[in-house]
Design a protein around this ligand. Structure first.
Ligand SMILES: Nc1ncnc2c1ncn2[C@@H]1O[C@H](COP(=O)(O)OP(=O)(O)O)[C@@H](O)[C@H]1O
Ligand SMILES: [Mg+2]
Length: 347
């Protein structure tokens, strides 16, 4: 059997360690027990809430109404509310305390912070909305061209060929978008295990230069790759590293006019290797710079779409680099060009 004192100490220890704010009210709706989290939530000093009336913590009157209802009717009530002056969202749960005879003696209010969960819900629904919209755009265009073809444009073989190649490009973009979405969600869900090993950046960059060689020569771009002779290996998942490099070089190529220059540089800084892609392209307006890593964000939607972009490339880059413990940076000036940098840890 615990003595009353031990029991009280135990209860206090539990209350103190709780993340949720807990307040016990007596029948007059005065606070008789509060924990540390409650004092923090209502910005009170230790013990300062004890004996105070409800008004001390109830800025909107909403919590008061709940407490009075519980004290009067003896039922449990829930609500979700913001507690000014904070912007957090709390799930507030108030339950009655009854004695052995079932008479109401007071009420306990528990405040559980659900801000992250709600923000996440909102992000998720915005994301689902964006995805649907982005997938619909190429589909609408495909359907439009198919209808025009069926309406008679098919008879002219030049028009027919032109429309079919647009349909092909839009289908390719749809496929890329779905691939990108799957890639993002697999890294995000941690379903795709990251398998970091010492890898050679040189090899990775030479391989992407090979892959994107045709686009480089098509636009007559001058590409230079500069690296120190003793470049250490980095710790990375080779496939994901390739994806980062290809997305950055692909952008540099896409957003640089013909005859432009692209400089790729690797150098060591402390325990990291930094790789930068500098181009002499269109650049990014200052106000857009903080947003380019967001999903589906494009400075110029029409241009990106015309180039077959999905708006997901940089979101994937950031995700992969950060999941390797690295960082991404961008500097850019409209009309001058952009520099994207990624850092990886030395193996
Ligand atoms: N090297 C660059 N130069 C200028 N703008 C760029 C560059 N890289 C990215 N951007 C801008 O950032 C946006 C997002 O890039 P990204 O996520 O790769 O999507 P996408 O290339 O499919 O449009 C691009 O639409 C473009 O507006
Ligand atoms: Mg891109």
């Amino acid at each position: 059997m615990l003595t009353l004192n031990e029991e009280k100490r135990k209860m206090e220890a539990i209350l103190t360690s709780m993340v949720d704010a807990v307040i016990v009210f007596d029948l007059d709706a005065r606070m008789i027990i509060t924990n540390k989290a409650a004092e923090n939530l209502f910005m009170a000093r230790e013990g300062d809430l004890i004996g105070k009336k409800l008004e001390r913590i109830d800025y909107s009157g909403q919590i008061g109404a709940m407490i009075f209802e519980v004290l009067r009717k003896g039922n449990e009530v829930f609500t979700e509310t913001t507690i000014s002056p904070g912007r957090q969202i709390f799930r507030v749960h108030v339950v009655p305390i009854k004695d052995e005879a079932g008479l109401i003696e007071g009420a306990v209010a528990v405040f559980h912070d659900v801000t992250d969960a709600r923000n996440f819900d909102q992000m998720r629904s915005e994301f689902a909305g964006n995805v649907s919209h982005e997938l619909r755009t190429p589909l609408t265009s495909i359907k439009g061209f198919v209808e025009t073809l069926l309406d008679g444009a098919m008879e002219n073989s030049d028009t027919c060929r032109r429309f079919l190649s647009i349909i092909e490009a839009e289908s390719d973009r749809l496929t890329r978008m779905i691939d990108d979405l799957l890639c993002l969600s697999s890294i995000e869900s941690k379903e795709r295990m990251i398998n970091p090993q010492p890898v050679c950046l040189n090899r990775s960059i030479r391989s992407i230069l090979n892959i994107l060689g045709p686009q480089i020569s098509e636009k007559n771009l001058h590409v230079e790759y500069v690296y120190p002779p003793d470049l250490p290996r980095i710790n990375a998942d080779e496939d994901l590293l390739g994806q980062v490099m290809i997305n950055l070089l692909d952008n540099a190529i896409k957003y640089t006019p013909p005859e432009g220059r692209i400089l790729i540089r690797c150098y060591r800084r402390d325990s990291r290797i930094i790789t930068t892609f500098t181009d002499t392209g269109v650049g990014i307006p200052r106000e857009s710079i903080p947003r380019v890593f967001e999903r589906f964000y494009r400075v110029d939607k029409a241009r990106s779409r015309h180039q077959g972009g999905t708006g997901l490339g940089l979101a994937i880059v950031k995700h992969i680099v950060e999941s390797h413990g690295g960082e991404v940076f961008v500097e850019s000036e409209v009309g001058q060009g952009s520099t994207f940098s990624v850092s990886f840890l030395i193996a």
